[in-house]
Design a protein around this ligand. Sequence first.
Ligand code: LMR
Length: 416
Amino acid sequence: MSKIDTRLNVSPVPPDEIFALNGAYAVDPHPQKVSLGVGVYRTDDGKPWPLPVVLKAEKELVVDDDLFRHEYTAIEGDVPFLGIARDLMFGFEGKQGEEEAKARIGSVQTVAGTGANHLGALFLAHHMKPPTVWLSNPSWANHQTIWELAGVPRKTYPYYHAATRSFDFEGMMSSLESEAQEGDVVLLHACAHNPTGLDPNKEQWVAIADLCERKKLFPFFDSAYQGFASGSVEEDAWAVRYFFNNKPDMEMCVAQSFSKNFGLYGQRVGAFHYCTNRASTTLRDVVVNNLCHLIRGEFSMGPRVGCSIVKKVLTSEELTADWHQDLQVMSSRIKTMRKALYNELVRLQTPGTWEHIIQQNGMFSYTGLTPKQVYALKDKYHIYLLKSGRASISGLSQKNVAYVAQAIDDVIRNEN
Ligand code: LMR
């Protein structure tokens, strides 16, 4: 490439795969095109689904006509929203020791899940200086970017066993056991691992928590799918709550997103929670104060509208019940489409095994398709998925699932 005339020291960086694919899909005129790329919920008609409970909350907010609705919030964000977000994540509402538990958590509002991951990475880079952050192999590609920008050296731990298409628990444990050093950060997906859809079981989570405690590692949870994965907000928060309640001497943090579970993708609603190792409001407040320093210098404060919607829903018993129903609608449609794709592939006797599609959890299936097969799907059938073989199951519908299965069958059979 010829040198660009500029004062800058820049060279092209690779485009973000997920959003580049989304852009390519948008301009593809093919009538049967299918988007299995970006992780967004779609109805069986392939349309976005503003959650019915969100539409109700929006109407109520218009009626409320709050004079302050376009005003600045505090630098840490909307304080009542933060309490609600924290309670949803940690679930100690009404339990014994609730006040002590709350005194261990410093929360601030972020620009959705990416912003929470970023702020957390920056905060730890400044104030903990971890020698290394350990990311699962594979992980959401943006984790690499976020920690690279925070200037923290990255290493990966094994996560996926390709031959069995299962979670490589032994590989993860032995690699962290032998190589991770005191003070390293371990990035963990709270549920619905992106991209594999494979999560540790409860026994394995207990062992991971023990390992982090014994080796003095710092667990950093990314929670992007609470309630969306299983339909239950309790179930999807199990790992975070286990670490928090059972390892009170271990500091940890959580990046929380409301993009998927409220369908508020563009509203950028999120929170970052730092858990201290003792109930000290003094320590907690210093943590928040330092997070606010970073927030003020970067974006002043999180945006208001999306968090007002979440707050409206979660402060009303009736709307909260509606939300739980909406979560059921989304998670069960995804499970239905997993089954439909699996059934079609089995019916076609497509070479390979396909049980993993129904065993995986959450938004994605790690299909096992090769980059060459993925390319052929796009080229010949206008079906878009990531070159790792990750497919966003929500892009499937009763109308296109036979077409997609037939296409997969074709590219596998006619590979050479
Ligand atoms: C995805 O992984 O497709 C989503 O989480 C969207 C994103 O921000 O990458």
